[in-house]
Design a protein around this ligand. Sequence first.
Ligand code: SF4
Ligand code: SF4
Length: 119
Amino acid sequence: MWLTMTHTLLRNLFGAKATRRHPQVARPPLEGSRGELVNDIEACTLCGVCAAKCPSRCIEVDKGEGLWIQDPYACVACGVCSELCPAGSLRHRGEYRPPAEVKSTLQLQGRARREKHSP
Ligand code: SF4
Ligand code: SF4
């Protein structure tokens, strides 16, 4: 038993660390992970396909107000929305979302609302 303990002790003292100082040391994305979803709101037509197809129900499109709203903490980066977006405005940036102290939803003002208010 002492042999096992000595082996474990030496491995823990001199081996590679199993943890990292997060968030000072960023975690590299796992191979094949899509990462954070971003929407190029200039290209978004607010069609609502992403909201209708998202399995996590984390996207909301308010055509009346011209808003594209997403709860990034509910997104599982499945890629369904970015694959189906007819405008090609959704993409995954290949990096994890930076850590935040307070949860918030993302609200982007889309073209429909701006056109409604233009003279
Ligand atoms: S992001 Fe794409 S699918 Fe979603 S509302 Fe905009 S254009 Fe439609
Ligand atoms: S990547 Fe998946 S979970 Fe995230 S917003 Fe798109 S459809 Fe929803």
